[in-house]
Ligand binder design. Structure first.
Ligand SMILES: C[S@@+](CC[C@H](N)C(=O)[O-])C[C@H]1O[C@@H](n2cnc3c(N)ncnc32)[C@H](O)[C@@H]1O
Length: 263
């Protein structure tokens, strides 16, 4: 047990078990969060996947109840999508929904993807609200990079408030004013929502996370934020695996939506 871990406390490493017990109420809670689905769709769109995804193989890591999978499907309706989650109960909620046969859900730990089940290379990876929950972020990012074709995008959709006092204050106000009380009311327990608040405050700032992506070998690393109260709180971190995909223009600009905080 690491010095920070305490019995009964949610941490990266045991968080998926907590998602198991909150799976049935998850969709209702995120549905009450204005912009949740729209922002996932924006991140998936920012991946710039060509041709509606025709002929592409995509991964949705930490797919939960399928909200990010639906966003990926919206951006790339013709792609083959593999959606992965470590929580069997979250996956059970996802599979209850109606999906085309091009989408499959697989139980697995994104930090230890079994090559027999998840053989790459993939044309793109979306990881929405996952990175914060991983125990070894650098190792995971390196693995994700290794699963991608040359030049293929990784989109990390994640909260990041560390670099801005205003963002930290808004985040804390929204959590303690809305998310934690609503979570307690709807589920009878606020533990996962207190973890959400704390884990976001502890997570990398925008600069640290973009630096981390670059350090593990992603190229063309950029960050864009969201509209709404989530502005400068939720971000799309984009990077590409090294190399240029065959038949593409290496000078092609990336999609312009959102604010580019790196400029
Ligand atoms: C906040 S939910 C996000 C779900 C979905 N991506 C969305 O945007 O609605 C985070 C999900 O990550 C999953 N998760 C956490 N750690 C994981 C891991 N190591 N491997 C796979 N899934 C993990 C949890 O079980 C949970 O379903």
């Amino acid at each position: 047990m690491s010095p920070k871990q305490q019995p009964g406390r949610i941490d990266a490493g045991n968080v998926s078990r907590s998602f198991d017990s909150h799976a049935r109420t998850y969709d209702k809670l995120v549905g009450a969060n204005p912009g949740y689905h729209e922002h996932l769709r924006l991140s998936a769109k920012r991946m710039g996947l060509p041709g509606g995804g025709a002929g592409l193989r995509l991964l949705d890591l930490g797919c939960g109840t399928g909200a990010s999978t639906a966003a990926l499907l919206d951006a790339a309706p013709h792609a083959q999508i593999t959606a992965v989650d470590a929580s069997a109960e979250m996956l059970a909620q996802a599979t209850r929904k109606s999906w085309p046969s091009s989408v499959r859900f697989v139980h697995g730990n994104a930090e230890e993807l079994d090559p027999a089940k998840f053989a790459g290379p993939y044309d793109g990876i979306l990881a929405a609200y996952l990175l914060r929950n991983l125990t070894d972020r650098n190792a995971a990012l390196r693995r994700f990079r290794g699963l991608l074709k040359p030049g293929a995008p990784l989109a990390v959709h994640e909260y990041s408030v560390r670099d801005s006092a205003r963002s930290r204050a808004v985040w804390t106000a929204v959590c303690w004013g809305v998310i934690i009380p609503m979570g307690r009311l709807r589920t009878g327990s606020a533990d996962l929502y207190r973890y959400l608040w704390r884990s976001v405050l502890d997570f990398d700032g925008v600069e640290a996370f973009t630096g981390r992506m670059t350090a593990v070998g992603f190229e063309d690393v950029r960050v864009q934020t969201m509209p709404g109260w989530q502005q400068h709180i939720v971000h799309t971190f984009l990077g590409r695996s090294p190399g240029v995909p065959p038949g593409t223009d290496p000078e092609a600009p990336t999609p312009p939506e959102g604010l580019d905080l790196t400029k």
